[in-house]
Structure formats: C-alpha cells, structure tokens
Design a protein around this ligand. Structure first.
Ligand SMILES: Cc1ncc(COP(=O)(O)O)c(C=O)c1O
Length: 361
C-alpha cells in the first residue's frame, strides 16, 4: 500500500477561477502566470488546460518557456526576466517568445542579434526597484526598439504592495505609472499596450490604465486580500493524507522534536505521514489548522521531515485512517501560511517531488 499522502490538482477549479477573474478583468487581455511550475501546480498541465481561454502565458525564465513550447503550447509566452545572456535571445527568437526587457545589457543583446522578436515588453521601474528602466529612460528605449524593428512594445511595471491599494508605495507607483503613460505621444494607443496588474490589483480596487492583466496566484485559488462580494475562487491544489498512528499521552508529556508541545491534559495525538520533505512547512506553529471530516484540529509539535502530529483529544471520531486535509478548502493554503509566517505562494511552490500530484477534475 503506498503512503496515503498526495496533492490533488483540480483543473475544473482552475477553469472556474480563470473565468471568474476574466469577468473582473473585463476587456483587458488576460495573461496566465505559470512560472515556478505554475506555482507548484504543474506548468504543462495547467497551461494545456488554460490555453484555449488565455491570451498569453508568462514565465520567469526562458527555460520555463521552452518546456511549455516543447510540450506543445502555442499561445504567446512572455519571459518576465527577459534574456540572461545573448544566447538567451537566440532561444527567445527560436521559440517565438516575448521577452521583457528591463536593462541596457538586454537592450544591447537585442540590438546585436540578427532577428528580433516582433513583440517586446518594456519593464519600467515605478518604485519596486528590482528590475526595470527608470521612467525617464522609457522614450529612448522605445525609440531604440522601434529602430531595431520591434513592432509591438508593451509597457509593463510591477506593484510591490498591490495588496494595499491605499499604501504610500502603491500610490507612488501608480502615480509614476500614470505619468509614464501620459508622456507617450499617443496616450490612448499606449494604454492599449500596457500592463500593471497582478492578481491583487485585478481583484482589488486599483483599476490602473492598462490593456493586460497578469494573473498568477489568484488563478490557483489563493488571495492575499479579501475577495470582493460575488467573487469565489476555488483552491486548485489540495494536500491530503490520513492518520497513520494514534496514541494517548499523559499530562506533562511532550510531542515531537525538542518537546515543543507539552500536554496540558491527558491528550490523544494523531500522527500524519507528511512533513517538510513533502513541502509541509517546518515553520508551522503549534495550532496550525489541519482539516478532517469531523472538524479542524491543531498541529501539536514541530514538523518533522516525514511526519506531523495533531492534538485530536476533542474529536473522538478521528482515528487511524481518518482522512486529513493539510490545505485545500479548509484550511486554505492562505490560512496555513498565516501560521507559518509566510504566504501561500511559497507553500504551493515548495511542494516536493516525493509526493504524488494527481491531476483531475
Ligand atoms: C512581473 C510579475 N507579474 C505578475 C506576477 C503575478 O503575480 P500574482 O501571482 O500575485 O498574480 C508576478 C509574480 O510574482 C510577477 O513577478
């Protein structure tokens, strides 16, 4: 009998989320961000499933785009980090990818390359200060790209604090974004070739001028912000297992490495065969919720490489073989992440290859 621990990927949930987000995005074109193996969900399977619905895909690096092309994905693919070397431009043109260009080295590599992509995304640093040309460089870079025969230039920027539409940082970035668009010769036209929003900015209240949204985490059903009324996203990934051992311990006994969890009463402890070797975060605090058909129980004790333990004293129905949900509908990956001082993005992305990923509807 194999270990009863697995991830299930629900493609119908992915479709549902895409359709719901598309509705919010309105007339803006929709890009599905499938970098880092589609945030751990499986890039090829997710891209194949979404291909008929999306206008384009985005990945971080050329290698990820090549993997998709070789799997038969024909829709446009934006490489968000752009080329990392002159050879990367050769791959970008050979596989008909869209590069994002964010510095003068990349621009120079493009200029020296005999063929250029017909579409280039020009990344502007509006305040995240990670990648991008300064706003006052944009006009020159556009003119160089035009001279090099690039026919479509899409302006893009990335928000550092999109979850907080009212923050000073978001305000500063959106103000700079508006300025960049306003300094274009044909402001109307350029607003049709511009992209600022990620998930939080699409789901939230920002509505910046743009023609493309780049949807990542929300596609997979997670959110760092409260969803607007009427928007229901479904978790694409569930992390499942079963109780593999159960025992009573006396008051004062401890559970797991370092004895972090101490029994304040006579306690019933369930052992579940998943650990940080599967991607369940070692940072999970005591009390992190674990779902069962009879209710939620708290994590009790440090996460081991292959096992976790839960205090099931209050739910006698939980026994050997009871199914558990580490994340999915309840608890959500965002709830689990909140107990681990991280975000659900990291939990999904860090799942390991040891645990089967079963794809279904
Ligand atoms: C440049 C860029 N655009 C869009 C996204 C998608 O963001 P989200 O997953 O929050 O939708 C990311 C993700 O990190 C990104 O780096």
């Amino acid at each position: 009998m194999p270990r009863p621990s697995y991830f299930k990927i629900y493609l119908d949930a992915l479709n549902h989320n895409f359709d719901a987000l598309s509705h919010l995005a309105g007339s803006r074109q929709k890009m599905a961000v499938v970098k880092a193996n589609a945030y751990g969900h499986g890039a090829i399977v997710c891209a194949k499933n979404l291909e008929a619905r999306v206008d384009a895909f985005a990945v971080a690096i050329t290698e990820e785009a090549i993997e998709l092309r070789e799997a038969g994905i024909a829709k446009p693919i934006l490489v968000l980090q752009g080329p990392h070397s002159p050879e990367d431009i050769t791959a970008i043109t050979a596989y008909s990818l869209w590069p994002a260009i964010s510095n003068h080295y990349q621009l120079e590599w493009l200029r020296n390359h005999p063929y250029n992509p017909d579409q280039v995304w020009l990344k502007v640093d509006t305040g995240m200060h990670r990648l991008g040309f300064a706003p006052n460089e944009v006009a020159d870079v556009q003119s160089t790209l035009h001279t090099e025969g690039v026919s479509q230039i899409i302006l893009m920027s990335h928000l550092a604090d999109a979850e907080d539409a009212k923050s000073t940082l978001t305000h500063r970035q959106t103000a700079r974004w508006n300025e960049v668009l306003n300094t274009q010769h044909d402001a109307a036209e350029i607003t049709e070739r511009a992209s600022l929003s990620n998930s939080a900015s699409t789901v939230g209240v920002l509505s910046p001028p743009e023609s493309w949204v780049r949807l990542g985490y929300s596609l997979y059903g997670g959110s760092l912000i409260a969803l607007p009324p009427g928007l229901k996203l479904r978790p694409v990934m569930t992390f499942n297992s079963q109780v593999a051992a159960i025992r009573w311990i006396d008051t004062g006994e401890t559970v797991g490495y370092g004895g972090r969890w101490v029994a304040r009463r006579r306690s019933r402890i369930a052992t579940i065969p998943v650990g940080y070797g599967d991607g369940y975060p070692r940072a999970a605090a005591d009390g992190t919720p674990i779902g069962t058909p009879h209710g939620t129980v708290p994590l009790a004790g440090k996460v081991s490489m292959d096992m976790i333990t839960a205090d099931v004293t209050d739910i006698p129905d939980i026994d050997f073989g009871t199914k558990v949900t580490l994340w999915g509908d309840s608890p959500s990956v965002d709830e689990v992440a909140a107990h681990c001082d991280t975000i659900g993005y990291e939990l999904c992305t860090r799942i390991t290859g040891r645990t089967p990923r079963i794809v279904g509807y």
